[in-house]
Design a binder for this molecule. Structure first.
Ligand SMILES: [Zn+2]
Length: 152
C-alpha cells in the first residue's frame, strides 16, 4: 500500500514535466497587409517586429478594434488581431497608429496604457486606451514616436 501512495505524486510530476513541452500556442496567420507598417516600426523605433504575426478577425470583445495576445513565458509567440471592419474604414495614419499601439504592447515589454493628456487635450502617448484622432496624430506624430522609442 505504501508503494502505491508514492506512485501518485510520481505520476503527477511526470505529467507536469511532460506539459512544459506541449504548450499549445494560439496564433494567427500573418497578413502581408501589415508588413510595411512593421518595417516602418523598425526604422522609427528600432525594434524588429517581423516575427510578430498580425492578422484580421471579424469580431473582438467589446469596443476593441485590435489587441495583442501575448505570452509572458514565450514572447516570440505574441500576435496581433485587427478588426477587419474598423481597418476598412480607417485612414493610413489611424491604421499606423493602431498597429504601433499594439506593437507597443506586444514588442515593448508588454507596455501598458498611458492615458495622460497634453494641454491641447491630445494624448501624451500612442499608448492611450483609445484610438487617437487624426488631428492629434498629425500634430504630435514626432513626439509619439520619440516617446515610444524612449520606452524600449
Ligand atoms: Zn492597448
Amino acid at each position: 500500500m505504501k508503494q502505491f501512495s508514492l506512485l501518485i505524486p510520481l505520476i503527477i510530476v511526470i505529467i507536469l514535466n511532460g506539459c512544459q513541452h506541449c504548450v499549445q500556442y494560439n496564433t494567427i496567420e500573418n497578413d502581408i497587409t501589415f508588413d510595411n507598417i512593421k518595417e516602418d516600426f523598425y526604422s522609427d523605433i528600432g525594434i524588429d517586429v517581423s516575427h510578430i504575426n498580425i492578422g484580421f478577425v471579424d469580431e473582438l470583445k467589446g469596443e476593441a478594434v485590435a489587441n495583442c495576445v501575448y505570452y509572458p513565458i514565450n514572447a516570440s509567440k505574441n500576435f496581433i488581431k485587427v478588426k477587419r471592419s474598423w481597418w476598412k474604414g480607417a485612414t493610413d495614419i489611424l491604421r499606423k497608429a493602431l498597429i504601433y499601439h499594439e506593437l507597443g504592447h506586444c514588442a515593448i515589454l508588454y507596455y501598458d496604457h498611458i492615458n495622460n493628456l497634453r494641454p491641447d487635450r491630445c494624448p501624451v502617448s500612442l499608448m492611450h486606451s483609445y484610438v487617437i484622432n487624426s488631428y492629434c496624430l498629425q500634430r504630435h506624430w514626432y513626439e509619439y514616436i520619440t516617446q515610444l522609442e524612449g520606452l524600449k
